[in-house]
Design a protein. Structure first.
Length: 109
């Protein structure tokens, strides 16, 4: 007897699959953040499990990567808060607490 593969249900466009680790309040925060900051692209790599955000800038943009969604949202809110002046080290600064390679600023080529 031949078994047939059953296709996975289609996901609505723009929705990211979650792995069950994300806390419901963080998914709510994600929705609120996206509503307030429509220009920031946030996605999750389903294979490796990290979350990544791209903040567009005149020089290309800033990419921020974190494994827990809460850490990504905390960092984004820190960078994009009205109190944070970009001239005083906002988006281009490194985050020594997150480890190497977690914040990268893309340069326009």
């Amino acid at each position: 007897m031949c078994e047939r593969a059953i296709p996975a249900p289609a996901r609505p466009a723009g929705r990211q699959a979650v792995n069950g680790v994300e806390q419901p309040e963080q998914l709510w925060r994600l929705g609120q953040f996206r509503a307030r900051n429509p220009g920031v692209t946030i996605s999750r790599d389903a294979g490796l499990g990290f979350w990544q955000a791209w903040i567009p800038e005149s020089n290309g943009g800033t990419v921020i990567t974190r494994y827990p969604l809460q850490d990504l949202l905390d960092k984004l809110e820190e960078l994009l808060s009205p109190d944070n002046s970009r001239s005083s080290g906002g988006l281009g600064t490194s985050d020594d607490t997150a480890g190497p390679g977690t914040d990268q600023q893309e340069q326009a080529r």
